[in-house]
Design a protein around this ligand. Structure first.
Ligand SMILES: [Zn+2]
Length: 319
């Protein structure tokens, strides 16, 4: 009898010891998995072609998807050449988002080399065509790809993302929808700020002269006349005729300030400045966000920053 009474005691002692060993082992293996970094992160991966789309997508995705951009902050995005690493990374993604409207000239070939679904986020946006008001080139008559420079268009991008993310991760579809609606309200706010801010410009200062013709949508929304040296970033840009034409426009319209985009050289615009006496109004952000510690870490920052820079330089109130 005494022995049978003792044995349950032994068992009771032994069991917690085995359990704690098992716990220690599983904690250890848990540590190893997260030490390997992404191994522990099994969220679906969404890749975008450039940083602006990644930021918009992140706002819709919340914490449920891993969103990354193929091109990095500051990169030239029109004629980007994907690296073997980009292709390897893309082939492991669950979804790729591109802007469309001929923005990414490299993208067609890129998606052919990977077996991953992709969604064109500008679907449903009414495109503005590139007109030939300077010199006709290969882009004339094609849609202007910079549709995101109108926050109202980005509301359409968000609708497309909500739908694509809901298909990718149906368990969180309601959250994507709620995130999308909240972000669309912020887009409306920044759109109103843009239109209000630029409507303060006097009639004779309502001309926006930039390097690339990237502001067609913003100029339409804000009632500005847009002029640029070249229509879309390409290998052939800033020809002597294009620069002469910009100089003539600035002189004829007494344009107080001109601008250039962050992802291209501002040298040609400096020539316009030297020839006309217009001020260099500053660097505008279009095709890329800045690094996180720069002036435009998010898309909403980008629109606000450009609006302030344009208004400040054209009215002479810039610091
Ligand atoms: Zn561009």
């Amino acid at each position: 009898m005494p022995s049978t009474r003792r044995s349950p005691v032994v068992v009771r002692l032994a069991l917690p010891a085995v359990l704690s060993l098992a716990l220690a082992a599983s904690t250890l293996s848990g540590c190893t998995a997260s030490a390997q970094g992404q191994g522990a992160d099994d969220r679906p991966v969404v890749l975008t072609t450039f940083t602006v789309l990644a930021d918009v997508a992140q706002n819709v995705a919340g914490d449920h998807l891993r969103v990354e951009s193929i091109t990095k902050a500051g990169a030239e995005i029109h004629g980007y050449e994907p690296t073997p690493r980009d292709i390897a990374k893309a082939s492991e993604a669950d979804l790729i988002l591109d802007n469309g409207l001929n923005l990414e000239s490299w993208f067609g070939q890129f998606v052919e080399s990977v077996d991953v679904p992709h969604v064109v986020v500008s679907d449903g946006v009414e495109p503005l065509d590139i007109t030939e008001d300077i010199t006709e080139d290969a882009s004339t008559g094609k849609p202007n790809p910079h549709a995101w420079m109108s926050p109202v268009n980005v509301q359409v991008y968000v609708d497309n993302m909500v739908e694509a993310f809901g298909d990718l991760d149906p368990a969180h579809a309601d959250e994507f929808e709620a995130n999308g609606a909240a972000y669309q309200a912020e887009l409306q706010e920044v759109q109103d700020e843009l239109v209000d801010g630029l409507s303060a410009l006097p009639e004779h200062q309502r001309a926006l002269v930039t390097c690339e013709g990237a502001f067609s949508y913003l100029a339409r929304d804000a009632g500005l006349t847009e002029r640029y040296i070249w229509p879309v970033n390409a290998e052939q840009q800033a020809t002597p005729q294009q620069i002469t034409s910009a100089i003539e426009f600035v002189r004829a319209n007494d344009v107080p300030a001109v601008f250039c985009e962050s992802t291209v050289s501002d040298k040609p615009m400096r020539q316009v400045v030297d020839a006309t006496g217009a001020a260099f109004g500053g660097t505008l952000y279009v095709d890329s966000l800045s690094e996180p510690d720069g002036p435009v870490p998010t898309y909403l920052d980008l629109i606000r920053y450009d609006t302030e820079t344009i208004v400040g330089a054209l009215t002479g109130s810039a610091s």
